[in-house]
Design a protein around this ligand. Structure first.
Ligand code: DCM
Ligand code: DCM
Ligand code: DCM
Ligand code: ZN
Ligand code: ZN
Length: 264
């Protein structure tokens, strides 16, 4: 996601934290965040160029047209290093943050960075094209028109659908968009939220599931009907926006659930 997508995921997440997780997040956030996780949710994108090793951790690539994710096959970087993808990164930073409870004073890790990475990657793994096909780099090499603008398909899903929704339906107010998603979480998705939050026995987080859902949504919605040069307008926007809303909601709910299990 772009700046707004990440901010939405983190706003939703922070509003769902219990007392102990809320307190831990407050302590770990840098002073300048003023206890607002959303304000630093894109930090990981800003440090890609300083921490070169981190740029492979924002996504996972899957084989073209298979529409499934397998950790052992797909979670590696361009050099084939195992675990270096968004799924491995979520496992890694979750494990680092678990040392907060065990060793409050001196963790061997920088847990502020771990919190900011985890919060960001939990957003990215829910962007369908962040678990897209290897051959087109998650839609980055597919050039399309978003209405009259030249863009690539990846950027449409990172930013354009969200920005167009904000402009058209929410008076360009991100807060109003967040409120609408929050209302969906408590109303139409209410009976599904428990399922989103739950992982298999004693797992703190379960990114394999989130990645599998993303590539399924990428095939069913993001790639569907799109080829090089496609013009994407109202038909595409209005039919794909529900998926974007759902993935932002799931990202926020699962970030909160993970942080509540880590610190709870
Ligand atoms: N892992 C995962 N999903 C799998 C297999 C492994 O998330 N299906 C994670 C758990 C560990 C890391 O990969 O953090 C290393 O796994 P392995 O035990 O396969 O080396
Ligand atoms: N670990 C790590 N980096 C990863 C995956 C795991 O530092 N990418 C560490 C954290 C755990 C241990 O390895 O202490 C086992 O992790 P897992 O249970 O996820 O295999
Ligand atoms: N990206 C992706 N899959 C890839 C390569 C990149 O999902 N195989 C993502 C990361 C960024 C965006 O696409 O959100 C642009 O990447 P870059 O800045 O590396 O071109
Ligand atoms: Zn992206
Ligand atoms: Zn990212």
């Amino acid at each position: 996601w772009g700046e707004d997508g990440h901010a939405i995921v983190c706003k939703i997440a922070q509003s769902r934290l219990g007392d102990t997780a809320s307190e831990a997040v407050k302590k770990l956030l840098p002073e300048y965040a003023e206890n607002d996780l959303a304000s630093v949710c894109s930090w990981a994108d800003h440090v890609k160029f300083i921490f070169h090793w981190s740029s492979a951790l924002h996504f996972a690539d899957t084989p073209d047209n298979l529409c499934n994710f397998q950790y052992n096959r797909d979670c590696k970087d361009q050099n084939g290093e195992k675990g270096r993808c968004v799924v491995g990164a979520i496992n890694n930073y979750t494990n680092q943050l678990l040392s907060y409870g065990r060793n409050k004073v001196h963790s061997q890790y920088n847990l502020t960075q771990a919190l900011l990475f985890l919060s960001h990657f939990m957003g990215d793994i829910h962007q369908p094209l962040h678990v897209g096909f290897l051959g087109d780099k998650g839609g980055n090499t597919i050039d399309v028109h978003w209405y009259k603008q030249k863009q690539n398909l990846h950027h449409v899903w990172d930013d354009s659908i969200i920005e167009t929704a904000e402009e058209r339906f929410y008076g360009s107010e991100i807060g109003d968009f967040i409120n609408a998603i929050q209302e969906n979480i408590t109303k139409e998705w209410d009976s599904e939220v428990k399922g989103w939050e739950t992982c298999n026995s004693n797992q703190t987080t379960c990114p394999d599931i989130y990645a599998s859902e993303s590539i399924k949504a990428a095939c069913q919605w993001a790639y569907k009907g799109v080829t090089e040069g496609s013009v994407l307008g109202d038909d595409y926007f209005l039919s794909r926006l529900p998926t974007v809303n759902l993935r932002l909601a799931q990202g926020g709910v699962r970030l909160a659930a993970t942080l509540n299990r880590i610190f709870g």
